[in-house]
Design a protein around this ligand. Structure first.
Ligand SMILES: O=P(O)(O)OC[C@@H](O)[C@@H](O)c1c[nH]c2ccccc12
Length: 270
């Protein structure tokens, strides 16, 4: 059973007539201590925080998020640090949606059971494991459900109806529509095509559909937020960590850019 927190987030946003803002940062970037402060700054402005578990071979990620993983690992970030950060964010923001995102290697090595139990204990609501597709769900679906974690599944422009159905039947929390066939941080594709595919997926499920990959400006967030149930922004936020120096400046930049994204989404609400 899902813990309902993600469902509540989308319900609240819907009541306000707007899409949810989903912000991504890699845990431990640039180091665990600073990372917590950055996460807290983001949590204040986002509806859902997607917390990345740093991994040495993040094959779905572009250069910006790859470098974030490298910084975090270089600074000694371990899964225990990821859980500690998650717990501290949860304590400060009881209503925030929190999704742990990463590659199968980490939960697989720990054992999905142990991983899911700990993720739930520290207050995560869902898990996005990029490289465990719905076809492989037997590895973790039941375990996640037992531990109250939603299983976030990805769809892409090339997903067939059969695959959309599979993801909708096996996923929970929300569907993550990857707007392009590429890696994180790429340039966003044609908005009307993204809108058409999003609407098609929405017609096949009651779950909220969040759209991510390539959203870098408030205008793009507004355009996507006008039809999606949630807008995911990753690389744009992560890039603030290297384009500003010092913890305070990075926090201020993240707050400002998350506020700008949120306001743009609000403005686009019908
Ligand atoms: O960075 P972008 O283009 O804004 O895309 C969001 C993305 O970063 C975040 O959701 C994410 C980071 N790593 C991923 C791997 C797979 C799917 C999603 C992700």
């Amino acid at each position: 059973m899902s813990n309902q927190r993600l469902a509540n987030v989308f319900q609240r946003c819907k009541a306000e007539g707007r899409a949810a803002l989903v912000g991504y940062l890699t845990a431990g970037d640039p180091d665990p201590e600073t990372s917590l402060k950055l996460m807290l700054a983001m949590a204040e402005r986002c509806d859902i925080l997607e917390i990345g578990m740093p991994f040495s071979d993040p094959m779905a990620d572009g250069p910006v998020i790859q470098a974030a993983s490298e910084r975090a690992l270089e600074a000694g970030t371990r899964i225990t640090d990821v859980f500690e950060i998650t717990q501290a964010v949860r304590q400060a923001f009881p209503e925030l949606g929190i999704v742990l995102m990463g590659y199968a290697n980490i939960p697989y090595t720990m054992g999905f059971e142990t991983f899911a139990e700990q993720a739930n204990n520290v207050g995560a609501d869902g898990l996005l494991v990029v490289d465990v597709p719905p076809e492989e769900g037997h590895i973790c679906d039941d375990i996640l459900a037992t531990h109250g974690l939603d299983r976030i599944l990805l769809l892409s422009p090339t997903s067939t109806d059969e695959r959309i159905k599979l993801a909708c039947d096996n996923g929970s929390g929300f569907i993550y529509y990857v707007s392009l066939t590429g890696i994180t941080g790429a340039d966003m594709g044609d908005v009307s095509e993204i809108q058409a595919k999003t609407a098609h997926i929405q017609s096949m499920t009651d779950m909220p559909v969040c759209v991510g990959f390539g959203v870098k400006t408030p205008d793009q967030a507004a355009a996507v937020g006008a039809f999606a149930d949630g807008v995911v922004v990753g690389s744009h936020f992560v890039s603030q960590i290297t384009s500003n120096s010092g913890e305070q400046a990075i926090c201020a930049a993240l707050s400002a850019s998350a506020s700008a994204m949120k306001e743009a989404i609000h403005g686009a609400a019908t």
